[in-house]
Design a binder for this molecule. Sequence first.
Ligand code: GLC
Length: 735
Amino acid sequence: MIPSQCILRAVTRISPSKYIRETAFRSYPSRFSSCINQYRNANSDTIIRPTNAVPFCTDRQSSVTAQVVSEARSLSASTTCANDTTLDQIYTKNGLNVKPLVVERLKGHEKDEEVVNGDDKSVNRDGFEGVKSNDLEEEAWRLLRDSVVTYCDSPVGTVAAKDPTDTMPSNYDQVFIRDFVPSALAFLLKGESEIVRNFLLHTLQLQSWEKTVDCYSPGQGLMPASFKVRTLPLEEDKFEEVLDPDFGEAAIGRVAPVDSGLWWIILLRAYGKITGDYSLQERIDVQTGIKMIANLCLADGFDMFPTLLVTDGSCMIDRRMGIHGHPLEIQALFYSALRSSREMITVNDSSKNIIKTISNRLSALSFHIRENYWVDKNKINEIYRYKTEEYSMDATNKFNIYPEQVSPWLMDWVPESPDSGFLIGNLQPAHMDFRFFTLGNLWSIISSLGTPKQNQAILNLIEEKWNDLVGHMPLKICYPALESSEWHIITGSDPKNTPWSYHNGGSWPTLLWQFTLACIKMGRSELAEKAVTMAEKRLQADRWPEYYDTRDGKFIGKQSRLYQTWTIAGFLTSKQLLQNPEIASSLFWEEDLELLESCVCVLTKSGRKKCSRAAAKFSLRTPAMAWTRLIQSARAALGTTHSSSTLGLPRFYSKPATYFVKVGIPEFLGGIGRGAETHIAKIETEIGDLHKLLVTRTLRLKKLGIPCKHRKLILKYGQKYRLGLWKPRADAIKA
Ligand code: GLC
């Protein structure tokens, strides 16, 4: 059924220039009438009012309301949804023209191009050809497609679960931002990008809403945990659709979805990498969205650590589980989102500061995590013998950890091998949470938050502790479970989080795709294959549960939803990644030596010393010594002795010196070399910019008189560039 009106009331946003706290939309005035005094909508009184889908109401000055509403109207398209152009209308009005996605296809040596428009399934996915989906995968695809939610007749996301027998879906009938990521990847890897693009743009619109809990509005830039498409009746049998976001104000426990914005940025990068459609991330409104999220996360506070300070349950574990403070999961996603932002934010005068801030934070964050969260047998032994109450800048036990925290389970569990270890779950003054949290460890590998050696050691640990962390169903969300009084005190006696259930040591099949990605990155695909093979024996028969219970994941979870979308999508994404590891490589990050090196100076600054060449040199003997060791070991692991800058000299916001910060046609063709550079002038005049070149047909190049040899090179390197497998080196170009 097509709604008579698709009023984008819920998807309006303030203009880029006004993104700092100027919106006038309230998320749910109906709930807090004392805060709100202008809600007068006769129609909506007759319907079951959506919790927070009525934004035209504010407790602010009406002039402000009028201004923002009119601004919102000029940006949004309050029109009928007769076609799919709603979002394009919005952005065209914003001065940005959106083109249909064009993806090049490289096919063999003879026929060197084929262009497909939009979501044609023939998008280049070399590894998939010849791979036959079995029944299981077919069922998974059918279920995934069934879970798709449409808005104005366009796909915008997937519901969290779609169990036909579930009469009380709670909020599982909503599109969760984090849950949609594996769905998005499954679709993207299959060459279907429309749903992902729509999702990214619609959720971006929700970002600017002013949301309120007890008359308090959290920061601009927050992304909702989930949203629902609601149908509201209008007069004369007509109806309209609205997007109704939940920023945590309706969620159980009122938890803040800190991870949503981070996932949104990570997905935006993945969209560009897989489709080659970088124009999406370059739009002004999308750039603003990235900066709003980054600003919210980078805002100064009272915290002493570079890690992000959050409340309990602010991520996948969205109930009280003792993960307030600086949980690893958030730090790893934060790091990944900052790395993505650094790649995607357009470099210009106005973005220099934020890029610099991001680079500084990345350096400090990776140093802090690598140094302080890492444990292996030796480190635990060191903690076991810690002296306490050290007051000085040179304390060994900086966080005043009492050795008694090394509990009996840890002493038994600590890996024997010197090549195994992991990043602990959380670090606070006088508190180390030694639990193993899977998602955080996996994203540390994927994003290179850990050193190459640490990343390898985490996978070694998973292999060594296979029965504990994988058991009958990959993978444990955390290990071990909280039991007895710890469970009472830390979870608040939560009956859903009883020991070895749900978030408290349950097994979550959705973690499989992230495990697969981490394994592919570290050259350990066989581990992922083993886990996938094990999962596929049960998932279909068990009706795709959300999670499993018991110490080794034997039972379907006590309160587990069935036909859980991210279980299904996670499985499909894992299969696709294994079939096409080349594409997988565009979804992770390698070590960035520049970030490591700039940290020497950051460290010196935090040590209250002047940042100069001398200070940097001095720092090599103090805290930065450890850092230098990390740099050296990273270099050794990467097989390079190359230093892109003098150690200790700050270069906070530049890319590695050997690569261009900004790649245009001259850099791209110059980087390819082998004669391709002779066409720079012609291609610049005729084609214009690099993005256009990346989607140009060979026929067009031929018409420009570019010889076959060079056409092939341009297409080949264009493909690699889009996938992040290659970029032109500055030092490869002759002066
Ligand atoms: C539960 C999970 C959360 C997930 C949601 C929807 O609340 O804890 O991580 O996003 O269900 O599946």
